[in-house]
Design a protein around this ligand. Structure first.
Ligand code: APR
Length: 313
């Protein structure tokens, strides 16, 4: 059987760490791409990673390049190209620069990997993934964004820390945009099957949700020279695995919602079934009035961001 071909655009912290974990999980052959100004950097990272394979015990061909030729015919393209946040910057501050980068990357992907499923990771996520769909012209189910798996992973980590239990037993769902307006769904959050509100009071849960919302900024504040990459890369790897192994994972992703949830043609974090075709189904939940109002606020923030982006590209 032919190995899947995974191209990762942007060989920086998130891109290279995603390559590392995709290789270690033997998800396929990997092409790591960066801009010509980086000269041989992607080649160096790819070769270094390849040389870890005899020790780590994986078979994967990993190449680094500054041209798109070697990405041709990819099954999955992960886009991490862009600039990361510095302390004091919001994800939205990256909008103009990263939208231009997204446009140039997607023009190349459209030409070289017309059948790929595209996972956007660059921020501000909800706007970048909209731009990726617009520029590639790919069907909506083949362009999606990584946000929900990361946000939920942060939330699950904080809940496990609070309750002193294994992260494996914490199951949770967050919806909405990747930012301050993300929406927790307590009715879909449980620990060992026990509804979370039986284990923790509402006020404390809200504090944990708030820390989750600011989870990216907390890391930026600590690193000072860039933004988080281990957890974003792990989340992206889970999505790549769902696609290349056709696992039909039910996980939250930024998916294009038109009639779904009455969104009207924008990307927003919702639970989806993720398989070889990309977003194979958007799961529509019955939200409480409070959840629906918070979700609407989140959608409005995404719309505003997309409108501002349109004035910048
Ligand atoms: N094509 C390919 N690569 C590009 C392009 C481009 N047009 N423009 C920039 N890059 C590359 C940079 O050269 C750099 O190597 O993208 C890489 C980004 O890497 P880092 O600066 O280490 O940033 P990282 O932490 O990986 O974050 C990348 O992911 O999580 C998001 O907010 C984050 O938008 C940011 C993105």
């Amino acid at each position: 059987m032919r190995r899947a071909k995974i191209s990762i655009i942007g060989a920086g912290n998130v891109g290279a760490t995603t390559a590392h974990w995709c290789a270690a999980a033997e998800l396929g052959d990997i092409v790591l791409v960066d801009i010509p100004q980086t000269e041989d950097m992607p080649k160096g990272k790819a070769l270094d990673l390849m040389q870890s394979s005899p020790v780590m015990g994986f078979d994967s061909n990993i190449v680094g390049t500054t041209s798109y030729e070697e990405t041709a015919g990819s099954d999955v393209v992960v886009i991490t190209a862009g600039i990361p946040r510095k302390p004091g910057m919001s994800r939205d501050d990256l909008l103009g620069t990263n939208a231009k980068i997204m446009t140039s990357v997607c023009e190349e992907i459209k030409k070289t990997s017309e059948n790929a499923v595209v996972i956007v990771v660059s921020n501000p996520l909800d706007a970048m993934v909209q731009q990726a769909k617009h520029v590639t012209g790919f069907p909506a189910e083949r362009v999606l964004g990584q946000a929900g798996v990361l946000d939920t992973a942060r939330y699950r980590t904080f809940l496990a820390m609070e309750l002193g239990v294994s992260v494996e037993d914490v199951s949770a769902l967050l919806m909405g945009g990747h930012g301050d307006t993300m929406v927790p769904i307590p009715s879909c959050t449980s620990v060992g099957g026990i509804p979370v509100l039986q284990l923790i009071d509402e006020a404390r849960l809200e504090e944990i949700v708030d820390r989750t919302r600011k989870g990216g900024a907390e890391i930026v504040g600590l690193l000072k020279t860039g933004s988080a990459y281990y957890a974003p890369a792990a989340a992206t790897t889970q999505m790549v695995e769902a696609i290349v192994r056709d696992k039909k994972r039910l996980i939250p992703c930024a998916a294009y919602c038109d009639k779904e949830y009455g969104v009207g043609g924008y990307y927003v974090g919702v639970p989806v079934v993720l398989g070889s075709g990309g977003v194979e189904k958007i799961v529509e939940l019955k939200l409480t009035d409070g959840e629906q109002a918070a979700f609407q606020k989140s959608i409005d923030a995404v719309k505003e961001l997309v409108e501002v982006m349109a004035t910048l590209v």
